[in-house]
Design a protein around this ligand. Sequence first.
Ligand SMILES: Cc1cc2nc3c(=O)[nH]c(=O)nc-3n(C[C@H](O)[C@H](O)[C@H](O)COP(=O)(O)OP(=O)(O)OC[C@H]3O[C@@H](n4cnc5c(N)ncnc54)[C@H](O)[C@@H]3O)c2cc1C
Length: 480
Amino acid sequence: MTTPTTAEVGRGSREPPVVEIDGFRGWLISADHADYDLARAIWNGAIDRRPRLIARCIGTADVVAAVRFARDHDLEIAIRGGGHNVAGTAVCDDGIVIDLSAMRAVRVDPADRRAWVQGGALWGDVDHETQLHGLATTGGIVSHTGVAGLTLGGGIGWLMRKYGLTVDNLLAAEVVTADGELLRASEDEHPDLFWALRGGGGNFGVVTSFEFRLHSVGPAVLAGPILWDAADAGEVLRFYRDFVRDAPDELGTVVRFGAAPPLPGIPEDLHWRPVVMVGTCYAGPIEDGERVLRPLRASRTPLLDLVGPTPYVGWQSSLDSAVVHGWNYYWKATHLPELRDDLIDVIAEHAFSCSSPRSYVAMFHLKGAVSRAAEGGTAFGNRQASHAITLDAVWLPGENFGDQDTAWTRGFFAALGRFREGVYVNFLGGDEDPDRVREAYGDAVYDRLAGVKAKYDPDNVFHHNQNIGPREMKARTVAT
Ligand SMILES: Cc1cc2nc3c(=O)[nH]c(=O)nc-3n(C[C@H](O)[C@H](O)[C@H](O)COP(=O)(O)OP(=O)(O)OC[C@H]3O[C@@H](n4cnc5c(N)ncnc54)[C@H](O)[C@@H]3O)c2cc1C
């Protein structure tokens, strides 16, 4: 099942809106509209919220009008970029969704190596336009993830060890604040706001446009997955730990534990077999990548090795069909230190004990340029962690795996307790203790964020998110 693109939802939907918003030219979609159910659906099919109004904006002026309207009518606000966040914060009950999904334009200046990206774009949009010039910036590893939410939480991906997080490549952003004012934030303009936007999430306003620094990448990179049998998980992880410790920054890896999904290139006899899969991407000359990856590819005779020269833009969408819109998802996540033997034992013991063939675990190798940037230089916390892990329960609508695999993620998470080292805010679910948001930043960054929040959103208008309350005010949870 795939969700139609938002442009398809919007097109042909010029039925008379139930309400008018002064100065608004986009689509207003309320419960009696034919497209209402499609328009309120997000990536996580387990989220079923019914907003009073969805304001699908077609430009910055629409966003300003929608924020002012919401304030005037005291409406709860949810902001939708790509609609991909597992916590479902892009949609609220009863209030207004400020929906940027029709604002997906990307403009590239190849000479200056910059891209301007609208606030509703997906990573596939950015890669498509930037790769035309052999350029890229760090983005997510699934092409239908939104640029806005990902960037505002930090942004990890294949290129981060070489080029830093997505926020490390952010040069400026245009933001509609809680007062409905349009500001530009950069190192020179509202630098406090610019600092907070680079990790602090959607707490500070609606970002209508991002300006990114680009780098030479591809168009072909050495990339692909290597698969080993699940029974070898412990040995593979021990080898992997030693291998990535000295790996050059050019090499990005993500380990996936779970049944092999029927992705292109994976032969049928391996489909749904429990495997450890190490996804790789070398952001440098292909011959160098071949040399760097040789030991990993030779270790313990893999079941399958699909590493080879691959178009970067294709590799960026190679996992898309394993995490489809409309399936049900529940995640727990944490950062981890280097993989000690006792930590590897815990991972190997729990990673394959889920019930649904679609549930999986993903572990991103961090370090490199991520941890060389100064802690506190942006609002992204825990830069020294080695790995970011998500434990992902996945079940299809109508399947009964939800309770069992939700319990599996919680049990696995508890077992990781003594190893935990913070968390990536964008991997937090919707039912987390608010203290976990503080955990994502650490006390110093969180308290500084609360100060910036008090300046730009003192009434906590933007609270339907992983909330940072203005200083002196309690943070709210998604459910409140
Ligand atoms: C399958 C999958 C793969 C992922 N892979 C990666 C990955 O490789 N790297 C990574 O870093 N993360 C990854 N993530 C996490 C991802 O960063 C978050 O889900 C992120 O929130 C997605 O952004 P979005 O715009 O789609 O979010 P949405 O669901 O649209 O919004 C989430 C929140 O972001 C804020 N927000 C969204 N748009 C705006 C805006 N224009 N202005 C202000 N605030 C806004 C709001 O607070 C909103 O509640 C992945 C998630 C999934 C589900």
